[in-house]
Each structure stands twice: as structure tokens, then as C-alpha cells.
Design a protein around this ligand. Sequence first.
Ligand SMILES: CC(C)(COP(=O)(O)OP(=O)(O)OC[C@H]1O[C@@H](n2cnc3c(N)ncnc32)[C@H](O)[C@@H]1OP(=O)(O)O)[C@@H](O)C(=O)NCCC(=O)NCCS
Length: 146
Amino acid sequence: MRLLGPKDAQALADLEAAVFDDPWDAEKFSGLLGKDRFFAAGAFDGQALCAYLTAYNLAGELEIVNVAVASALRGRGIGRELLRFCLRQSRLLGVNRVVLEVRSGNTPARALYAGCGFTQAGLRRRYYADSGEDALILEWTADGTG
Ligand SMILES: CC(C)(COP(=O)(O)OP(=O)(O)OC[C@H]1O[C@@H](n2cnc3c(N)ncnc32)[C@H](O)[C@@H]1OP(=O)(O)O)[C@@H](O)C(=O)NCCC(=O)NCCS
């Protein structure tokens, strides 16, 4: 488990494309990885990237863009270990609040975030046009009140 840098752009783009419908490409990632305003960490299966978390780091607040584990390796605690690693790392960077959006029907993701101390801070009704699902805004705070 480690922070990702520019050399990880292709592996990150490949894994993102395997999981999400509207992935960022390697060029987009290489322009962001290593920049102060961007945060990315990954877990590895041998040499291969098997999970990642990407976020914007803005004014002491982390806004998670995506979290994903390779489909064959889900349900083994990798997502939880990665998210905990990211929360520890972000504290070292002076981050006090982490926010994200999650689909109301995404049970695995909601379980992951709840288990790591995230709580609901808001709701956007019928936010996702494809499914009509609500978006939950979740937050985690370094002082533990989130
Ligand atoms: C969400 C995701 C990252 C979770 O990663 P994971 O490695 O499978 O999760 P873990 O094995 O670490 O499990 C974390 C928690 O979620 C729970 N969980 C995992 N899969 C679950 C499932 N299918 N149903 C219900 N709960 C589930 C686990 O029981 C665990 O809860 P606990 O901490 O209370 O024990 C993974 O499912 C994924 O990549 N999903 C597709 C991408 C996605 O939806 N990302 C989130 C976008 S907001």
C-alpha cells in the first residue's frame, strides 16, 4: 500500500476503466499524480495495482473522487485497509475533513465508509440520472465528530 505518483498513471487508468463507465485516461492521471492538489493511493497484488483511491486535496479538505478494488479481489478487506491507509496519510498532510458522494444503492461502498467512521452530512435526491438514485454526502473528520 503506498501513495501513487506519475509513473502509476497507466495502471491507474487501466484499473479505473475496468471498474467505472466514465474513466479518466492515463494522460489525465499523469497530469494530476504528484501534484499537491491531488491525492492517490493504491494497493498491490504482487506488482499489479489492485485497488486505488483518488481525491482532490483542497484547503485541508479531501474530496474523494473514486475508490475501487479489482472485482476479483473484493470482499477481502482490501478496500477497508486502503481507506484506513488514506485517512492516516491525509492526517499527515493536515487534512481535517474528508467528503465524498455515494449512490444510495451502493451497499458495499456504504458499508466500507460506515466502517471507517464516515457519517451522512447531506442528501441529493435523485442525483444520478441513470438510475434515479439519491446521492448521499458522507464526511469523516479527524477529530472524530464526523
Ligand atoms: C466499494 C469497494 C471499494 C469495497 O472494497 P472491498 O475491498 O470489497 O471492501 P472490504 O472487503 O474492505 O469490505 C469493507 C466493508 O464493506 C462490507 N462489504 C464489502 N462488500 C460487501 C457487499 N457486497 N455487501 C455488503 N457489504 C459489503 C464488508 O463487510 C466490510 O464491512 P465491515 O468493515 O463492517 O466488515 C468495492 O466493492 C468496489 O470496488 N466497488 C466498485 C466501485 C465502487 O462502487 N466504488 C465506490 C464508489 S463511491
